[in-house]
Design a protein around this ligand. Structure first.
Ligand code: HCB
Length: 216
């Protein structure tokens, strides 16, 4: 039987090959071998997507390649999701998180992974999807009495809109009772500090650890 490291590397290679069927096979193999699905997602699939992004930026790959790779990754995550969700039954109830990808931005893979991992950790997740107007985060947070508003931004042009979440939560009188979390590839701790967000999460593991610390 293949080792955990071999399975993770196979998962990475399958996404880099844009091979949806191979990605699904590796996901099934990981489940059978008892590999933590989160590790396959972070160290295998996400690592591949980062390489795809670098090659896209340097002009060696084009948009259809990025689309094919993201579809392959999503197919793998879909196979792993029921396994991940089984783990959530064992978690204690924590707070309510409203999450979405910011207005103007359709990148959803990372946001979906963060949402799934937080769900497993016991948070109630209200996923607004992608290209979410700022007003929708605020309205939903109010309606559901949310503890956290989490936004994802994958582009330098859209991360700026995360500032408006801070402003509109303040205007609605909600900011004092809600924690805000920001993330996505171009987002940094410095950016979170600059806009006054409470939490910056580099990846889904970081998001889970930081929110668990605030909502033990
Ligand atoms: Co897209 N794209 N893309 N793209 N894309 C990026 C983001 C670029 C950086 C690629 C590049 O040039 N190097 C670039 C943005 C440049 C910039 O900053 N301005 C870019 C561009 C330009 C574009 C288009 C404009 C291309 C075009 O049409 N010409 C277009 C965007 C249109 C729009 O949004 N209005 C576009 C489209 C696409 C798709 C549709 C082909 C596809 C997305 C499919 C989908 O999501 N359903 C796509 C993809 C896949 C990428 C790259 C290659 C990978 C993104 C990804 O899924 N990574 C990306 C390059 C890159 O990021 N390196 C490229 C894997 C996930 C797991 O990582 O970082 O999203 P993540 O999430 C992590 C982490 O950040 C954190 O946890 C996650 C899990 O660990 N996290 C959070 C994420 N959200 C969080 C929220 C929180 O509150 C907390 C933590």
């Amino acid at each position: 039987m293949a080792t955990k490291e071999e399975i993770i590397q196979k998962g990475k290679a399958a996404v880099l090959d844009f091979d949806e069927d191979a990605v699904k096979e590796v996901a099934k193999e990981a489940i059978d071998a008892g590999v933590n699905p989160a590790e396959l997602i972070e160290d295998g699939f996400t690592a591949a997507m980062n390489e795809i992004g670098d090659q896209f930026e340097s002009g060696t790959l084009f948009l259809p390649h990025v689309i094919a790779a993201s579809e392959a990754m999503s197919a793998g995550v879909e196979v792993l999701t029921p396994e991940l969700e089984k783990l959530s039954a064992e978690s204690k109830a924590r707070g309510t998180v409203v999450i979405g990808t910011i207005e103007g931005d359709i990148h959803s893979i990372g946001k979906d992974i963060v949402a799934t991992m937080l769900k497993i950790a016991g948070f109630d997740i209200i996923d607004l999807g992608r290209d979410v107007p700022v007003k929708d985060y605020v309205d939903k947070a109010k309606e559901k009495n949310a503890d956290v508003v989490a936004s994802s931004a994958l582009m330098t042009t859209t991360m700026i809109t995360q500032t408006q979440i801070e402003e509109q939560l303040k205007e609605a009188g909600l900011r004092d009772n809600i924690k805000t979390m920001v993330g996505g590839a171009p987002v940094t701790q410095d950016w979170a500090n600059k806009i006054g967000a409470d939490i910056y999460a580099e990846n889904s593991g970081d998001a889970v650890n930081k929110l668990k610390a605030l909502f033990p």
